[in-house]
Ligand binder design. Structure first.
Ligand code: DAH
Length: 346
């Protein structure tokens, strides 16, 4: 029994001097390991007189538990110390400026196109696609612009093969494609955003490649007031609820009557400023009632069906909305430019 007490107090003394985990492990082996001194004592039980065996066995167990407790407590203490040393060593200076990671941003043209798509989709329009390399037939002839017609001169076209294959100069050919595919007997509601090309010299307001958003609605009893209502919705969604809309007479081969669609200037609220050139109004698209020749040539009987069409310049919408005054901005892929306009601004 005395030995047991001695063992414990000796162990306590040794533990106090320990500072390393490896030393503590050695101590654990020395006392509690297979050949440790406490373990060794249990083999001595058999040598005791039978009446002492029970009490000695109980005390030995207690000693074993206490020794384990002492060693575990020290282990905890050493672990805690190691952790706090590690934390002090790895102290982070939160005042250091963070490294800037350059990130991309959605293209602003894509943003505006998606926004226009959302508005039209909410009114039941499909978003369709068409080829950028187009046939003269769709780009001009089916749109009531026959060969040799002066209206072709206004769209300085890139021809690829003779006079038959070209880079589309407008998205309007998708009107003809959509009507022909629909077969002349179902209503149509579609918009088609896409690239268009013209032999223009690039400057602040011209680009040889630009984006249009074409729109077409064909149904029965469609009138100019349906176009006006539709335009009013899109104008308010894009530029704010307080903008007003108006139509001015215009001329396109494929619509009759044709109009220019204006919104009241959202900067000066109609009073006159540099954006609206002091007129109080800004033109945002061309539009009109689909010409009977176009309906007929594309398989729709103009006595039964009527419709309206419109064409927005996507860059123009984005330039107005974001106050950009050079169309080349969109095509120079300058990250500083596009990252200025976060998606949530749209
Ligand atoms: N395609 C015309 C252009 O490039 C824009 C346009 C005007 C489209 C009137 C239309 C429309 O669908 O009805 O100038």
């Amino acid at each position: 029994m005395k030995d047991l007490e001695k063992i414990l107090s000796e162990l306590e003394g040794k533990i106090k001097t320990i500072e390393k985990e490896s030393d503590l492990n050695n101590l654990r082996v020395e006392y509690l390991g297979k050949k440790g001194c406490i373990t060794a004592l249990s083999s001595k039980i058999g040598e005791l007189p039978p009446e002492e065996r029970k009490t000695f066995g109980a005390s030995l167990n207690e000693t074993k538990n206490k020794a384990t407790e002492l060693i575990d407590a020290k282990k905890k203490e050493l672990d805690g110390k190691a952790l706090s040393e590690k934390l002090t060593r790895e102290d982070i200076d939160v005042t250091l400026p963070a490294l800037k990671v350059p990130v991309g941003a959605p293209n602003i043209l894509e943003n505006i196109i998606e926004e226009v798509e959302d508005v039209f989709m909410s009114m039941g329009y499909d978003v369709v696609d068409g080829p950028e390399i187009e046939e003269d037939r769709y780009n001009f002839e089916l749109l009531n612009i026959p060969k040799g017609h002066p209206a072709r001169d206004a769209q300085d076209t890139f021809y690829i093969e003779d006079e038959t294959i070209l880079l589309r100069s407008q998205t309007s050919p998708v009107q003809a494609r959509t009507m022909l595919a629909a077969g002349g007997n179902t209503p149509i509601r579609m918009i088609c955003p896409g690239k268009t090309y013209r032999r223009d010299a690039d400057d602040a307001t011209h680009s040889h490649q630009f984006m249009q958003i074409e729109g077409l609605l064909v149904d029965k009893d469609i009138s100019l007031s349906d176009l006006k209502g539709t335009f009013d919705v899109i104008a308010k969604r894009l530029f704010g609820d307080d903008v007003e809309t108006r139509f001015r007479p215009s001329y396109y081969q494929f619509t009759e009557p044709s109009v220019e669609t204006d919104i009241s200037c959202f900067v000066c609220k109609g009073k006159g400023c540099s954006l609206c050139k002091n007129t109080g109004w800004i033109t945002v698209s061309g539009a009109g009632m689909v010409h009977p020749n176009v309906l007929r040539d594309c398989g729709y009987d103009p006595k039964v069906w009527s419709g309206f069409a419109f064409g927005f310049g996507a860059e123009r919408l984005a330039m107005l909305k974001y106050g950009i005054n050079d169309i080349r901005t969109f095509y120079q892929t300058d990250l500083r430019e596009s990252s200025t306009f976060d998606r949530k601004d749209v």
